[in-house]
Design a protein around this ligand. Structure first.
Ligand code: GUN
Ligand code: ZN
Length: 441
């Protein structure tokens, strides 16, 4: 395979950092060289061209007008809920019963699931997201359909079968044993198959019996390099319900700890209403909280305390949580993250928020040698931003005095319109304005 040379302005965070504003790399005229789906070179264009022996006219150069950044990472999203995005008037528990559980029942049909998986992936790419940690439904075929669709694009995706054996419609329930065996089969078939990774997925403690949580924990011990994804302390009524369902435990996280579900690669959606003990325990475990600002605002769940999480040393990654969230755009979610922090007297830097959905997410999830950055050897998942996407944003960007101001304007006003092109393992999977097949109805 020949190499591809992408030339344009380039921004990324090469390392783990507690202060991303100080630790980014930026080239106004840079090159990113892709070979065999991996990044073979990154640096200044002039240096690169000077060292080249091939005549310029013969080099396979793709010139980008926009800014190249790593593919975005959405660390918590529900693909079966895309069709119920923007559903009116309910908070978490009523929202689940009214909109989400009925929608998820359709995924018993593999063909329906595949149609929605294809649509979801196309939408992710159109929003610049190249990796997501995805909840399927209780039906194993919903996971198979998703992984088959992801594999067809060679996209690095994380997904898992939802485990639920109580407090939800009978049609969405498995049992501790079935859930265990179906998950195990899926792990054996899909975990590390190509770029696919598996997440053991007990939905949240209220919809699993202790027997099921124990089986999920057993699975997690048997497969220590899989992810675990679940929800934690999202809504005050949910936390109250936990107290009633699990009276013997000191707090919400203690329920997961008692069942061996808190470790590195555990991804906890939300984490809004946490006690001091829970912050400390999360930090010690190496687990990650998924900060889901658009969902938290939309469902009225509360304000995630980013500063407190940081002060306690808890890993955080940004997420859309669609369909509770209102946009698959990690820019729209950065805008909401900024506002959530403003309401708590903290101003989230645009470098920090971009880090939380690129390198920071990859570091938290332990996949930063593969994705999240544009380092040599990483997988060539990247996005070209359109720096003249709308009249309003174009004018604002023209007035911006530096990269920080540009980035902040893109974060605040951006959505899928700021994505010009998306590349997965070096291959273009989305180009603005080009027709692409999106099969969902
Ligand atoms: N808690 C349990 N299930 C869900 C879900 O599907 N979405 C959100 N936002 N919270 C949940
Ligand atoms: Zn969720």
């Amino acid at each position: 395979m020949t190499r591809q040379i992408h030339r344009g302005s380039i921004l990324h965070f090469p390392k783990a950092s507690l202060n991303p504003s100080e630790h980014y790399q930026y080239w106004e005229d840079g090159v990113l060289v892709v070979k065999h789906g991996l990044i073979a070179h990154l640096g200044d264009a002039k240096d690169f061209l000077q060292a080249e022996t091939t005549p310029l006219a013969q080099l396979p150069i793709v010139k980008h007008q926009g800014l190249i950044i790593p593919g975005l990472i959405d660390s918590h999203v529900h693909y079966p809920q895309v069709e119920v995005i923007a559903s009116f008037g309910k908070q978490l528990l009523d929202w689940l019963n009214t909109y989400t559980f009925p929608a998820e029942q359709q995924f018993i049909e593999a063909a329906y699931a595949r149609g929605q998986a294809d649509f979801f992936l196309q939408q992710l790419f159109a929003h610049g997201t190249t990796t997501a940690s995805v909840y399927a439904t209780v039906h194993p075929q919903s996971v198979t359909s998703f992984f088959e669709a992801a594999q067809s694009h060679n996209a690095r995706m994380i997904c898992g079968k939802v485990l639920m054996d109580r407090n939800c419609p009978a049609a969405l329930q498995d049992t501790p044993d079935n859930g265990y065996y179906e998950s195990k089969q899926l792990i054996e078939q899909w975990h590390k198959n190509g770029r696919q990774l598996y997440a053991i997925t007990p939905r949240f403690a209220p919809t699993s019996s202790e027997a099921q949580l124990a089986k999920a924990g057993q699975l997690a011990k048997e497969h220590p390099d899989t992810f675990i994804q679940t929800h934690l302390s999202e809504n005050p009524n949910e936390v109250q319900w936990i107290n009633e369902l699990f009276p013997d435990y000191s707090d919400y996280l203690a329920v997961y700890e008692a069942h061996d579900l808190v470790r590195e690669k555990s991804l906890f959606g939300h984490g809004i209403h946490l006690t001091d003990r829970e912050y400390i325990a999360l930090a010690a475990s190496g687990a990650t909280i998924n900060f889901c600002p658009s969902s938290n605002l939309f469902l009225g769940s509360g304000l995630f305390n980013y500063q407190r999480a940081q002060a306690n040393g808890v890993s955080v990654a940004l997420a859309s949580d669609v369909g509770g969230g209102t946009s698959l755009s990690m820019f729209a979610n950065q805008a909401d993250a900024y506002k959530v922090c403003q309401l708590q007297q903290t101003s989230l830097s645009p470098f920090d928020s971009l880090y939380l959905c690129t390198q920071g997410a990859a570091v938290a999830m332990g996949i930063d040698t593969q994705i999240g950055n544009l380092n040599v050897g990483s997988e060539a998942d990247f996005v070209e931003l359109d720096m003249q996407p709308t009249p309003m944003l174009s004018q604002r960007l023209n007035k911006a005095r530096d990269l920080r101001e540009q980035l902040f304007a893109i974060n605040t006003l951006g959505d899928d319109r700021v994505i010009n092109a998306t590349y997965v393992a070096g291959k273009q999977v989305y180009k603005k304005g080009q027709h692409y097949v999106a099969t969902a109805v």
